[in-house]
Structures are given as C-alpha cells and as structure tokens.
Write a protein that binds this ligand. Sequence first.
Ligand code: SF4
Ligand code: SF4
Length: 121
Amino acid sequence: MNQTVYVVPNPPTPNRIIQFNPVNCTGCNSCVEVCPTDVMMPNPEQYQPPIVVYPEECWYCGGCVEECPETEALTLLHPASQRISVNWKHRDTGEVFRLGMKNPPPARQMTVSGKRSASRK
Ligand code: SF4
Ligand code: SF4
C-alpha cells in the first residue's frame, strides 16, 4: 500500500540552529547520520545541504560540526547568540539604537563631576 508522508519544518524559537554553507557542503549527510536526535534529513537534491526538520530537538551537542569532513560547511547557531538583543534610546531625540547595528553612535561618557556629556561632536 502506498502512503504519502509529509515532512514539514517546525519553527520554534530559535528556529535556525544550523547555518549551512552551500559552497563548502558536499551533501555527504555525515551530519545527518551522526545527529542523535534526527534533527535533519537528507536533501532530496543530490549534493545539497541537509534540511533541518526538527530544530527544537537539537541538543547543541556539536556532533554534526565535529563529524563534517569539510571546512566551514556548517555553523552551529547557539540560542544565546540569537537572543542577545541590547537596545538603547537617545534621551533627547528618542532615536533607538541596537547592539550590532552598523555604525552605532558612541556611548555617552561620564564627566568627573558625574554629569553626562555626549562624546559625539
Ligand atoms: S548539534 Fe547535535 S543535536 Fe544538534 S543538529 Fe548537531 S548533532 Fe544534532
Ligand atoms: S557533514 Fe558537512 S559536508 Fe556533509 S552534508 Fe553535513 S554539512 Fe554538508
């Protein structure tokens, strides 16, 4: 009897546990085979990076990275590296800034008297 089985990604937070580099990945599926929780499945297209199907099952054990025979073919994205979000607001203008943004303004500096002074001219 033929049955159709659908596999769909389950996107919890964080939903990107691994970043594949399709240039370096050969699609050998060693990472798929070593994963203790079957997070990934082989890509139906030959020589393409595996597909992450169950990201919430990842233990961040690093086995996939260790097993990969290629260089920089996959990177583990630890949740902590995805959740860090530091924002601050300019007191006078209300402008919002974010850690990691391009060319963030310099932080205000404390003067000897304890008063704040903007270091930006
Ligand atoms: S880190 Fe471990 S659990 Fe997560 S995908 Fe890689 S091998 Fe699987
Ligand atoms: S082990 Fe490395 S080269 Fe092989 S499929 Fe996984 S990421 Fe690609």
